[in-house]
Design a protein. Structure first.
Length: 208
């Protein structure tokens, strides 16, 4: 489901929560609800609450699990990234759901198990953290290019100088027009909005 940026930069969850309501209205047996969208930390809990509310309205009790399964796909290489992933992040606190996810991904994990299981909140933050790190590298290299007074030769030399450090590497160290696309800008804004909410909440706890 789409998660466009809201007015304050945070992710608009109306479509995600709308889908959750629809699931709650129609599910008739145990279900694993897998969230593939890039969403703020705590969304899995909100999805669970919405589904439980719909089930309560129907006066039925049905077991279900909510799993966070982030996508790490590059534009122009999505199929290859899916078939040969460097990692698959699954956020699950339910062993039954975790085993179902393992079975789902088993065909593409035969040679090497790259499935990382963590709690849903960690999985939600991991996606934002990855995009923020890549965007930071792009922005950092652009700042270095400015310091080099836009000298292409100097920028290349600097890139080789720092990229040869194995702790840094060469990926996303090209100076250019910056970053764009459908994910990086809105995800950086959403992460910043989440940070503002966390800081605001911490400030209010301190006032008590």
């Amino acid at each position: 489901m789409g998660t466009p940026a809201d007015e304050d930069g945070s992710a608009d969850l109306r479509y995600v929560l709308g889908a959750a309501r629809s699931i709650g209205r129609h599910m008739d047996d145990y279900r694993v609800v897998v969230n593939k969208s890039t969403v703020p930390v705590g969304t899995a809990e909100r999805v669970r609450a919405v589904i439980e509310e719909e089930l309560k309205t129907r006066r039925v009790k049905l077991p279900f699990s909510v799993v966070s399964n982030r996508s790490f796909l590059k534009e122009g290489a999505a199929v290859n990234d899916f078939m040969r992933p460097d990692r698959i992040v699954v956020g699950s606190s339910d062993e039954r759901a975790t085993q179902i996810m393992r079975q789902l991904y088993a065909p593409i994990l035969r040679n090497h198990d790259r499935l990382l299981v963590m709690d849903p909140r960690s999985a939600e933050l991991a996606k934002y953290a990855a995009n923020a790190m890549l965007a930071t590298r792009i922005s950092f290299m652009n700042e270095l290019a400015n310091l080099a007074e836009n000298s292409v030769q100097t920028s290349k030399a600097v890139r080789h100088g720092i990229g040869s450090d194995q702790r840094i590497g060469y990926h996303f160290l090209y100076a250019g027009v910056g970053y764009g696309g459908s994910c990086f800008p809105k995800d950086i804004q959403a992460l910043a909005a989440h940070r503002r909410r966390v800081r605001h909440a911490n400030d209010h706890r301190g006032c008590g």
